[in-house]
Write a protein that binds this ligand. Structure first.
Ligand code: MLT
Length: 320
């Protein structure tokens, strides 16, 4: 009898056999639903490096481009809710429901929010030998001999595509969309002169503009941005009210347990105070969000409101 009681006591001390393993107990994968070398990839790799230091497990970035990011996002929507496969993407995620009615997942219900990351300005850029010298001349050109100029995007719903839609709607111009698996490869063709224009994030364009590899026509923010002095705003040069930025966030699959979401949000918040992240973001024209925005509640609120906003906007906007 004594042996039996001793065994029971030992088992009680050991805790439940199914006790949750400490999370994370293995590497974590962040899926970026756009090709390597583009703006989303740049943000993800900086954040992943900092989260690796905090979590004590490798945080890996995996690229899965295509269809504006809706394919890669679907990989995470269908993943196990165990905290080992996450999505890092941006405002485009809130457009997939409106633009891809036959998706095998409902973006508004398929994810658990972890937190917002950064809000990246965008730039309207052209190949360096494009004739128009400024936005006014570009608009005139697009209404004349430049009608149907080629415009690189990361596919329907990508933020480069959303910017193009707002631009053609605001200007009454026509563009020929050239979709890529991300604006990383699109940038290669813009620099090579294979396409005429793009609207892309400063995390992908700022260094190329400074190097004279591409021409900057305007920024899409309310105010000019410090790292691109002399580049006017769209709103201030003939397109009043034109504004679009790429808010980035991290999601997990829906039903991811609360303790895991809290642990990931805490790690994200710490990553966003990392001096390397702050410095690299600043050099690319952006900044980490405040800690209270790198939380599930803040992302839930932003995501819900953006799904509604873009649902209305896209009901009117035609393909660029
Ligand atoms: C990218 O990383 O390729 C871009 O974020 C795609 C896009 O324009 O949304």
């Amino acid at each position: 009898m004594k042996t039996f009681l001793a065994a029971m006591f030992a088992a009680a001390l050991a805790g439940p056999a199914h006790a949750q393993e400490a999370y994370p107990s293995k590497p974590v994968t962040i899926v970026v639903p756009a090709a390597a070398g583009g703006p989303s990839d740049t943000v993800a790799r900086l954040v992943a490096e900092a989260m690796t230091r905090d979590l004590g497990q490798q945080v890996l970035v995996e690229n899965a481009g295509g269809a504006g990011g809706s394919l890669g996002a679907g990989q995470v929507a269908e993943a196990a809710p165990d905290g080992y496969k996450l999505l890092l993407y941006h405002v485009a995620t809130s457009t997939f429901g409106a633009l891809y009615p036959s998706l095998p997942y409902q973006p508004g219900e398929a994810f658990s929010s972890i937190g917002l990351v950064t809000d990246v300005p965008m730039t309207l850029v052209g190949r360096k030998d494009l004739a128009p010298a400024d936005l006014g001349a570009l608009l005139a050109w697009l209404k004349g001999e430049g009608a149907g100029a080629t415009f690189g995007t990361a596919g329907v719903g990508a933020v480069s595509d959303l910017c193009g839609r707002l631009f053609t709607q605001a200007t009454g111009t026509e563009l020929t969309v050239v979709p890529y698996k991300g604006t990383g490869p699109a940038m290669t063709d813009l620099i090579g002169g294979q396409i005429d224009l793009m609207c892309d994030q400063t995390t992908n364009t700022a260094n190329q503009i400074k190097a004279g590899e591409i021409k900057a026509y305007a920024v899409t923010t309310k105010e000019p941005i410090a790292i691109l002095p002399g580049v006017p705003t769209m709103a201030g040069t003939g397109l009043p009210g034109f504004e679009i930025t790429a808010w980035h966030a991290i999601w997990a699959p829906k039903d991811t347990p609360e303790p895991i979401r809290r642990r990931l949000s805490a790690s994200l918040q710490k990553a966003l105070t990392d001096p390397v992240v702050i410095e690299r973001f600043a050099g690319l024209g952006t900044a980490p969000v405040a800690a209270e925005l790198a939380t599930p509640a803040a992302l839930d609120e932003r995501f819900r409101s953006e799904i509604g906003r873009w649902g209305q906007l896209l009901a009117n906007a035609k393909q660029p």
